[in-house]
Design a protein around this ligand. Structure first.
Ligand code: AMP
Length: 354
């Protein structure tokens, strides 16, 4: 019997890797199957027809809506299957941290990091502690004196973000969001300096077992409709008063020039170290540093994710970087399953679960 970090949970040999049907569920469960685990998907009724297509999903627990994931019935079924839950972006978007704390089934990684990801102030603190260059924060709309990006709290996938170059354009756009009831007041908005360059998502995995950081891939998000605006000539853009939105539609692979890689590893290592200090036992498993490379090759980090990101779905069969580290195709989902397998075999499950 192995005791997981969660109080009162005694875990027999983990047999099943489970997740919620959304985001990166296919990658996570395919990777789990490739490493020899049973796979379980907790799935909303309306998405069943999609997920039933995939033979590597052994069992599907059907729920009416995401909230039922937290119910005791669902948790009991997950326990009965000796499951470990792999969290992803949908869990962050739909559940509060208090909800996540009520989950009695062991979660892969340090669940406290998820709180630091969802809370804007904690997030900034961890990025500062990691000595990452971050965009200047603009405290109030009166201080907007150059191009800024205005964001909503939470993992909204860029929905509702807008650009503002002055107080008036901030107020015009904020009014729209208020009318649509997307925000309750302007205080729900968060203003950041806009960084010009290549928006880049750096995908890492940290193993507390080997104490190694692995850089496994990079991607660019393709967002509607900001990324399609370049297809419309400036004259037409002006005549129809386009206001960009940043709703992620998909991801495009990116291979960095090799001279950037040393800096990539250094940022990832500083992040792991800072998270050990601020959120013990620290970051373990997948995380992503999200930012912009400017024309000097300097990376400004505007966000991090403390769990698997959907951009890793690009590399279900491994990435150029995972190929350098492993002699088999290694997706992020499979890397998670491999870590669970190694931890189980060596008696260190408590180091990777919470
Ligand atoms: P996020 O939801 O924070 O990942 O951001 C969504 C998109 O907004 C990103 O892919 C970027 O295109 C853009 N973005 C966010 N923050 C900044 C920033 N400070 N400067 C430039 N672009 C940004």
């Amino acid at each position: 019997m192995l005791r997981a970090v969660v109080d009162k949970i005694v875990l027999d040999e983990p047999k099943t890797i489970a997740t919620l049907g959304s985001h990166s569920a296919l990658q996570i469960l395919k990777g789990a199957k490739d490493e020899g685990f049973n796979t379980l998907l907790v799935c909303e009724e309306k998405r069943l027809s999609l997920y039933k297509r995939f033979k590597f999903i052994d069992k599907i627990l059907t729920i009416k809506n995401y909230n039922e994931f937290l119910d005791s019935r669902c948790q009991r079924d997950l326990h009965d299957a000796n499951s470990i839950i792999v969290p992803h972006g949908t869990m962050i978007a739909y559940f509060t941290y208090d909800d996540i704390e009520t989950i009695s089934v062991p979660i892969f990684g340090n669940r406290k990091i998820l709180q630091w990801e969802s809370d804007r102030n904690l997030k900034q603190r961890l990025m500062n502690e990691s000595q990452l260059t971050t965009p200047k924060l603009v405290k109030c709309k009166d201080d907007i004196d150059k191009l800024c990006i205005v964001k909503l709290h939470g993992a909204a996938g860029g929905r509702g973000y807008f650009l503002a170059g002055n107080k008036e354009s901030f107020e015009d756009n904020a009014r729209l969001l208020l009318n649509q009831k997307r925000i309750a007041s302007e205080n729900d908005l968060f203003i950041q300096e806009y960084i010009i360059g290549v928006p880049t998502y750096l995908q890492f995995f940290y193993s507390p077992l080997s104490r190694q950081i692995e850089f496994l891939g990079a991607d660019i998000r393709y967002e509607s409709d900001i990324d399609s605006m370049g297809r419309i000539p400036a004259k037409q853009q002006l005549s129809v008063h386009l206001e960009p939105s940043y709703n992620v539609i998909g991801n495009i692979p990116l291979v960095l020039i090799e001279s950037l890689l040393e800096g990539v590893y250094a940022m990832g290592e500083r992040f792991v170290k800072a998270s050990e200090d601020l959120v013990p036992p620290g970051m373990n498993g997948p995380f992503c540093l999200e930012g912009v490379y400017d024309k000097e090759g300097v990376f400004t980090t505007f966000e991090f994710s403390g769990r698997i990101v959907a951009g890793t779905n690009l590399y279900m069969n491994g990435s150029p970087y995972s190929d350098l580290l492993f002699d088999k195709p290694m997706s992020m989902g499979r890397r998670i399953a491999l870590e669970i397998k190694i931890a189980n075999e060596t008696g260190f499950l408590h180091k990777i679960l919470s």
